[in-house]
Design a protein around this ligand. Structure first.
Ligand SMILES: Cc1ncc(COP(=O)(O)O)c(C=O)c1O
Length: 448
């Protein structure tokens, strides 16, 4: 017998899920309806895949956050972070609850105005704001948080032209000691840049310094990071008051609270370890206790995004194929993938069957429909044997998906919202080929 040819060894990951002496872990429970509305009916009427938002949940999240913050601080304003979800109906729910808009681009600024938001109730952040949008913002009393000196110079020019002294804020970046330092936005606190920028505004006398802004990161699981950020911002406000004689109108702590999703590398589920609004609030208030502002306290602004909206969003999708992978794992192919759920790169999304299935749960790869190896929603999770056509629900998808989804390979689906009275409203129609190709032009020599 000849020597077998050499084969390079391959290390392959073991799929967990083999039964122990207690048998298999139970599969996730079935979710057959959302707020009393059958998932099968939603799909039959509006198609699959389908995003569903709960208006009731959006409102209750907003009210819970507002209540937690105002319990210990007299003046709080929430500004809805448009980039987290700029569907008109979602923004309108938050504005109806009293939220201002927080925008970071011309597009978002114009979107907020088109939705009827008063310009003086828009906070304009971000590293790039066009001159024309800044001119509009200055002449209409929008709060602009300055990111860098180039922007400060443009604002000074506009203020000169418009013969006005607009109120502006300074974006500050700082190290909390708990989270990676996001230092690319704004003026650094620890090396004195932020104070120097405040001094420049004071000495030039063209702009009026009205507030400080920071956004320390996103999905911050340590509430203590906010104690540290609030304290540092409060101490900077004290220094500005003492040395420059400026009493600030607002301190804006940005967004960043974790939703109840679970990150890929997180051991315990988000449901168990994400801090509550009350825990974030306690931390912030302890930081703000260091404010020795005489007279009126500054307004505390928060730009909470994902923690308000994630839980209110669901993605309904359907099984389009089942197969066995090379390592023996069962796989289901869904009609929604990473094109609609970019957050699956971050989260171990909770995925539930929306119908009772016969048979034992098995380790299963949950794949999307794209012809791309990376189109995987879950590498491995326990699921019962789903078959073609079975509906499936992905929970907590309200943040950053309908703003970051892509029209890659497939068209984007419809989005509906369930009103508190249980009525289903289409809030975004499913895309058509014309929606996608409408902006294109074919040069004459290529059109037949
Ligand atoms: C300036 C600013 N504010 C608010 C937010 C919302 O953050 P989150 O969704 O983490 O609450 C962001 C997100 O990147 C941001 O950049």
């Amino acid at each position: 017998m000849g020597k077998p040819p050499y084969e390079k060894p391959i290390i392959s990951k073991l799929a967990p899920g083999v039964a122990n002496k207690f048998g298999h872990r139970l599969a996730a429970p079935v979710i057959e309806s959302i707020e009393g509305i059958s998932i099968r009916d939603l799909i039959a009427t509006h198609g699959s895949p389908l995003f569903v938002f709960s208006e009731k949940k959006l409102r209750s999240q907003y009210r819970d956050l507002y209540a937690a913050m105002t319990l210990r601080y007299p003046k709080v304003k929430l500004a809805w972070s448009y980039k987290t979800n700029y569907l008109g109906a979602v923004c309108r729910v938050f504005h109806d609850e009293g939220a201002w808009a927080e925008v970071v681009s011309d597009f978002e600024y114009n979107r907020a105005i088109a939705l009827g938001q008063h310009r003086s109730e828009i906070i304009y952040n971000g590293p790039y704001k066009s001159r024309s949008s800044l001119e509009d913002a200055v002449s209409n009393g929008t709060i602009v948080n300055i990111d860098h000196y180039d922007e400060m110079l443009v604002l000074e020019e506009i203020a000169g032209q418009q013969k006005t002294a607009p109120s502006v804020g300074l974006r500050v970046n700082l190290s909390t000691g708990f989270t990676p330092h996001w230092d690319r936005f704004g003026f650094n606190l620890e090396n004195g840049q932020a104070m120097t920028a405040a001094e420049r505004i004071r000495s030039r006398g063209v702009l009026r310094l009205a507030g400080l802004h920071c956004h320390i990161g996103t999905f911050i699981l340590e509430a203590d990071a906010y104690r540290s950020a609030a304290r540092k911002l409060a101490e900077l406000a004290n220094q500005i008051e003492k040395e420059l004689g400026i009493s600030l109108d607002y301190l804006d702590l940005g967004g960043g609270f974790a939703s109840r999703n679970t990150l890929h590398l997180q051991y315990l589920p988000g449901d168990e370890i994400s801090p509550s609004f009350q825990e974030y609030s306690n931390a912030i208030m302890e930081g703000l206790d260091h404010l020795d502002h005489n007279g009126d306290k500054p307004t505390l602004i928060l730009e909470t995004g994902r923690a308000l909206v994630d839980d209110a969003g669901y993605l309904l999708t359907s099984v389009v194929a089942t197969k066995r992978l090379g390592d023996g794992r069962r796989a289901v192919v869904l009609d929604a993938g990473t094109n609609l759920l970019p957050t699956s790169a971050w989260y171990r999304h909770d995925i539930f069957p929306a119908t009772m299935c016969q048979g034992s749960p098995e380790p299963t790869a949950v794949l999307g429909p794209l012809c791309m190896q990376i189109d995987i929603l879950r590498e491995n999770m326990m699921l019962p044997p789903l078959t073609n056509g079975d509906p499936v629900v992905v929970k907590r998808v309200g943040a950053y998906n309908v703003s970051q989804w892509t029209q890659f390979i497939t068209l984007r689906p419809a989005v509906v919202m369930i009103s508190p009275g249980g009525k289903v409203h289409v809030i975004r129609k499913s895309e058509t080929l014309d929606d996608v190709t409408g902006c294109e032009e074919i040069p004459p020599h290529l059109s037949s």
